[in-house]
Design a protein around this ligand. Structure first.
Ligand SMILES: Nc1ncnc2c1ncn2[C@@H]1O[C@H](COP(=O)(O)OP(=O)(O)O)[C@@H](O)[C@H]1O
Ligand SMILES: [Mg+2]
Length: 579
């Protein structure tokens, strides 16, 4: 077979395969072009999720008739004035979006430079089908219709108009957050969806993201070595089942970068459950020479000159704010608590027909009933309540919850969740101090596991040793345990080791040593803590409460659930209708 140069038409369609995956990606390219042209207003119109129509109108620089023609040629761009791709500040630079889109749709470009007349050019699946004067205000209006009509392979992969629309909306939101100084409007099937006036980043983000973040968010602003990170992230307790509300920007460019997503994840490590995701809008500003944006056809990924440093900076910065916030919320009443309380039982006054008085009837309870036999234990309130934020233990309910009296209300603590966190923090502190106490087993324990699990554990011998867990390979399908972390107390070593093997498998090779150790510590902590169902003495309960008050991050368990709730005096009065 002889080698030949492909005709430009075919080249464009091949490029379209990368650049224009679905309506949302075409829309993204058009909006980026409008922003690059200096628009102050961008108006988007869609029908059927962009499958029928995508139109983007802007008030930017516009193009002359000659430029319109050129814009449709591959690798034609106005955006690399010095032929340098090291310092890119525009969204576009590859010069392939318009020719790619033109090869797989019916594309109309109308454009007008200020002080000149407007011009129109129409291309249908790569063929020029019309041109002539156009009437429009200065700026451009680009219309895409019949996307992929003649590309059945692509059409097959398109989803319903509803989900294509969702992707389009997401694309608009990301760019609108990236450029809060520009006004945006969005219309879908004749309905006005968005209308955003030019503003600043915090306002734009709170307009587009959940307003709830105003209350459940943590503001971020940190910088180091010429890099600045700003934005807002959700409190660990305010999370989602999917990671779709994470908006990340590098030098104002929306990205879906693995490193950034991973760093965000790592900052919440052990604060939220593994299958939950924080909400975030984060803006990273980096010197141009420290980041390469030319690594992905759709320009959604970047490459950092020093990825590890960047990751460290982000994880560290976010973690500091989350920790500071959790300390703040441990000091005051937990905001979420009253809501949880009042929603679990709701009382409605109901007139009692026989006596003519009003009684309170408990509505059906929305919580899952606890299946313990009642075994509450109460301690008389002999001494006055000293001012501990978490109060003095008064008793235990279901051998699982500690009930304490604080100056300002009633505190309930989940003993297992709280203790697990304390053990984890103790282990962390010990590790930071360089000495994790070990407890050497009199008789080493042999644990049978399958071979891959043994391999994984063997690969982590050093890390586990640092945590006080000394193991050795013992044949192909067993592990020998010589010592366990002293913080553990009495524990089922076999199930701990099996859990750790699973943990290491889940983590894969993706994490830094530090992150892995944290995971290992969390798993060990879970095994080493007081179980639900264990009866505690009053002294033990009070000791737990005092330790929680001085331990960082003690307001959440290692899975992100609260470890305690407080019912203020005001809330109690409300429950009884006294207020
Ligand atoms: N809305 C617009 N306003 C003004 N010029 C535009 C607009 N859209 C495209 N252009 C011009 O067309 C050129 C090609 O666009 P495109 O194919 O997206 O490549 P790139 O954006 O990478 O340069 C741009 O460099 C720009 O000069
Ligand atoms: Mg472009």
């Amino acid at each position: 077979m002889s080698i030949r140069r492909l005709p430009p038409e075919l080249v464009n369609r091949i490029a379209a395969g990368e650049v224009v995956e679905r309506p949302a990606s075409a829309l993204k390219e058009l909006i980026e072009n409008a922003l690059d042209a200096g628009a102050t207003q961008v108006a988007v119109r869609l029908s059927a999720g962009g499958l029928e129509l995508i139109e983007v109108a802007d008030d930017g620089s516009g193009m002359s008739p000659d430029d319109i023609q050129l814009a449709l040629e591959r690798h034609a761009t106005s955006k690399l004035p010095e032929d340098s791709i090291d310092r890119i500040t525009s969204f576009g630079f590859r010069g392939e979006a318009l020719p790619s889109i033109a090869s797989v749709s019916h594309l109309r470009i109308e454009s007008r430079v200020r002080g000149a007349d407007g011009w129109r050019l129409e291309v249908d699946h790569g063929n020029m089908v019309g041109k002539g004067p156009a009437a429009l205000p200065p700026g451009s209006r680009i219309t895409i219709e019949r996307l992929f009509d003649k590309v059945p392979a692509r059409r097959k992969f398109l989803r319903s108009p509803r989900s294509e629309y969702a992707a389009c909306l997401d694309a608009v939101k990301r760019l609108a957050m990236a450029r809060s100084d520009v006004g945006f409007s969005l219309e879908h099937d004749g309905r006005r969806i968005l209308s955003l006036q030019p503003s600043d980043a915090p306002d734009r983000v709170s307009e587009l993201l959940s307003h709830e973040l105003d209350r459940h968010g943590v503001g971020i602003d940190c910088s180091r070595d010429g890099v600045r990170l700003t934005g807002v992230i959700s409190l660990p307790t305010f999370n989602r089942g999917v990671a779709d509300h994470q908006y990340l920007f590098v030098n104002s460019r929306p990205v879906k970068d693995r490193l950034l997503v991973g760093a965000l994840r790592a900052a919440y490590r052990d604060l939220i459950p593994r299958d939950r995701h924080p909400i975030a809008a984060l803006f990273l500003d980096v010197p141009l020479e420290d980041v390469d944006v030319n690594v992905h056809p759709a320009k959604t990924e970047v490459r950092f000159r020093d990825p590890a440093a960047m990751r460290g900076l982000i994880v560290g910065g976010l973690r500091r704010e989350l920790d500071a916030e959790s300390q703040r919320s441990a000091a005051r009443e937990q905001a979420a608590a009253p809501v949880m309380w009042t929603s679990s039982h709701s009382y409605t006054p109901e007139p009692d027909l026989r006596t003519g008085t009003t009684v309170l009837r408990q509505e059906q309870q929305s919580f899952t009933p606890i299946s313990f036999t009642p075994q509450g234990r109460a301690e008389p309130a002999a001494e006055p309540v000293p001012s501990h934020p978490l109060g003095v233990a008064r008793g235990q309910v279901a051998a699982t919850y500690i009930v304490a009296e604080a100056e300002d209300g009633l505190v309930i603590v989940d003993q297992h969740a709280a203790h697990e966190r304390l053990v984890l923090e103790r282990m962390r502190a010990a590790r930071e101090g360089g000495a994790v106490a070990r407890q050497v087993l009199l008789i080493p324990e042999v644990i049978e596991l399958d071979e891959p699990d043994c391999d994984r554990l063997e690969g982590a011998i050093a890390e586990l040793g640092e945590m006080g867990l000394e193991i050795e390979r013992f044949g192909s399908t067993a592990i020998l345990v010589r010592s366990v972390p002293a913080a553990l107390g009495k524990t089922d070593i076999a199930s701990l080791v099996a859990d750790l093997a699973g943990e290491i498998a889940d983590l894969g090779g993706a994490l830094s040593l530090r992150d892995k150790l944290d995971h290992v510590a969390a798993t060990i902590a879970c095994h080493g803590s007081v179980r639900a169902g264990r009866v505690l003495s009053v002294a033990e309960m009070n000791a737990l409460l005092r330790e929680m008050e001085v331990t960082p991050r003690s307001g959440q368990c290692n899975h992100g659930r609260p470890t305690w709730v407080k019912l203020g005096h005001g809330e109690i009065e409300k429950l009884f209708g006294r207020k």
